[in-house]
Design a protein around this ligand. Sequence first.
Ligand SMILES: [Fe+2]
Ligand SMILES: [Fe+2]
Length: 130
Amino acid sequence: MSQVDDGHLPGLNPIMDGEHRVQLGLIDALCAAVEARAGSEEIGQILETLLEYSKTHFLSEELLMRLDSYEGFDEHVEDHAEMLDTLAAMVDTYRIGEKELIPGQTRKLLAFLIHHIETRDARYVSAPRI
Ligand SMILES: [Fe+2]
Ligand SMILES: [Fe+2]
């Protein structure tokens, strides 16, 4: 059953909420595919789409934070980098067929992203603008 619903979107702003909805939907689809033991092609496609989408979304957030001279930029970007590293490692592992993804890995990623959106992203959106 899906764990992703709008309850995880703290109503940041319409563009960010829309991007988070897509990003969370992709991770949710990945969790479902891994748990259903879907074919490697399907899982690989979701993983690569999620990685590319996440890169684009994180970059757009980072540009906005730069424009706002946001003081929490560095710690926020560390979270983005950690998630991209994890995802890239999953893609690499999957591509070379070394081992299957396990549901715990993908659920952990989902929990990490939900936490990031509810804390760091929410903090950025509510930060005072000069
Ligand atoms: Fe975000
Ligand atoms: Fe973020």
